[in-house]
Ligand binder design. Sequence first.
Ligand code: 5GP
Ligand code: ZN
Length: 139
Amino acid sequence: MSDDCIFCSIVAGDIPARTVHETDDVFAFLDANPLAPGHTLVIPKVHAQHVGDLDADLASDLFAAVTELTPRVQDAVDADAANVGINDGEAAGQEVPHVHVHVIPRFDDDGGAPIHAVGGERPDLSDEELDAIAADIAG
Ligand code: 5GP
Ligand code: ZN
């Protein structure tokens, strides 16, 4: 637990939240400032800022909760679809430095945008640059 982390305080019960799911390792609750009805945050109970900080078992448990909850969230608010995403790091818009997966219900003609809208200006990359990036990621 991190003392000054809002989400650790929610897990500890020190800050109230509308809990929708809890296991030994994972916790889910409604977002206090929702982008849509049913907007849910799914988090590991242990404090970690980045997805790359999670060990494989915890990452697996977290994603299992996300896949279980996403249709339940949609059903609860009669949504047509959902965006599922993580702001991983400040430059990506992460404001709470405790890994959290947003499950955001979407409705036909709700005026929102696809996840592609989060990027900046699209880069114009050559085949060589794409090959080099792929090789770096592959390691
Ligand atoms: P981020 O920008 O870090 O990906 O998203 C943080 C999310 O946490 C925001 O959508 C914000 O509304 C939500 N949030 C911030 N503080 C609280 C809180 O105290 N309780 C709940 N339930 N949600 C919070
Ligand atoms: Zn935390």
